[in-house]
Design a protein around this ligand. Sequence first.
Ligand SMILES: Cc1cc2nc3c(=O)[nH]c(=O)nc-3n(C[C@H](O)[C@H](O)[C@H](O)COP(=O)(O)OP(=O)(O)OC[C@H]3O[C@@H](n4cnc5c(N)ncnc54)[C@H](O)[C@@H]3O)c2cc1C
Length: 467
Amino acid sequence: MPDPAAESGIPGPALAQLRRVCRHGLSLDETERVAYSYDNSRKHCLPDAVAFVESHQQVSQVVEICCQYRIPIVARGRGTGTTGGTVPLQHGLVLSLERMNRILHLDPDNRLIVVEPGITNAEVQRAAAQEGFFWAPDPTSAEYCTVGGNLGFNSAGPKAVKYGTTRENTLGLKAVIGTGETIITGVHTTKGVVGYDLTRLLIGSEGTLAIITEATLKLTPLPQNKITLQLVYQDVNSAAKAVSAIMRQPAIPCALEFMDRHSLDLIRHHAELQIPAQASALLIVEIDGYESSLREGADRLIAAASNNALIKSAVADNRQQAEQLWAARKQLSPALRKIAPKKINEDVVVPVSHIPQLIERLDALAEQYAITIVNFGHAGNGNIHVNLLIDPENREQAENAQACLSDLFDLVLSLGGTLSGEHGVGLEKRDFINREIDPVSMALMRKIKQQFDPQGILNPDKIFPLA
Ligand SMILES: Cc1cc2nc3c(=O)[nH]c(=O)nc-3n(C[C@H](O)[C@H](O)[C@H](O)COP(=O)(O)OP(=O)(O)OC[C@H]3O[C@@H](n4cnc5c(N)ncnc54)[C@H](O)[C@@H]3O)c2cc1C
């Protein structure tokens, strides 16, 4: 039986020190290493070891050792990220934060909760709800994904249109930079302007600048009630125009989701949902607040969203109906995966007024490259999930998909948008970010990375194009 320690890419003295710090939390077992070699991007790379840390002090000591021996470290929550953020491209150590999952402090009077990064989003929501609060970021993966991952990718969900993303809902962080040193960022108050805003810098940095070990999250009181609307349109352009009309008026929806014709074909299998045959697009619109003002808000939303192509506007009569609608929306991604297991899923963003052009030109790209493109997503933020249903084993389709993607990114940027709203850059989009970010900013970002991580050990080969 080969000795995994002898075969490990980690030098012996480093391994001995890591064992002393992590005790039973260090694994060289191949099964474990395989399990931590990939994320939801389905890309693989085997790490030399996996460390299951349980405290800030352990994280700091592990990073210090890795810095000394230049061992790459990839911070990992639950690996639900879709852009390869946790794939250990240079092998080294996967640092699993999943055992650091405690709530350290829940403070309703100051509307905050302090947590360790390995707690899941859903666990935070359940704890906050007991005090009448919620944490605004609500990715569909909430039951599985961690707060650390949410911070790493600045994740969000439908509620972002009213309540913002992870960035707008985090007050401060404790983290370990690439030397093993500790930094404490941000404030525990709702105002504060002392020094640079390192909290916002770390959020969305995908584990390339520091490993977050504690987060102070901003809580919001739960609304008294909400109303869910289903708006069905005859053509996709009119639905896209309705999104801008809704966002122009003062009754802010707490969700504004869009589904195109292909998405509707998929969810028609949900027998309970009555979707007219001539429908080409559907909006789910939700408004929350006090019971007394909700009906008026819903009427305002329907009025704003009405145009000649609106063929059905229905208020969900009860929670069950609303849940059916959301269940259909949430099943879209897994349903598409069944049809095209290796589909390409982009999450581009454009200013809401440009959604009609985006959708129109996506149709043209689908025709040009003979690829079925399915679009749905968080329209209130202009954040559209563009799904290219391809079979990468089909060489022609795979080549077409790459050309189509390149055109898609150019299109999004020409419309004043951005390449990713929530999935991040990871390794999937690193070759494209030069198109969005100017050379001076890119150089500045590389220098920032160097300051936080002088040995370049934190999640190497991510975000930045390879030199
Ligand atoms: C079915 C499904 C639905 C999804 N729906 C959504 C959605 O609605 N909205 C959305 O935004 N995303 C969504 N995602 C993507 C994914 O769930 C989110 O990106 C999530 O935040 C990742 O959490 P994680 O714990 O799995 O993080 P991981 O995938 O483990 O890590 C994500 C990134 O954060 C870094 N990281 C993790 N922990 C730390 C830490 N402690 N310190 C520093 N860096 C760290 C990692 O290195 C990596 O770069 C979905 C994914 C799936 C599979």
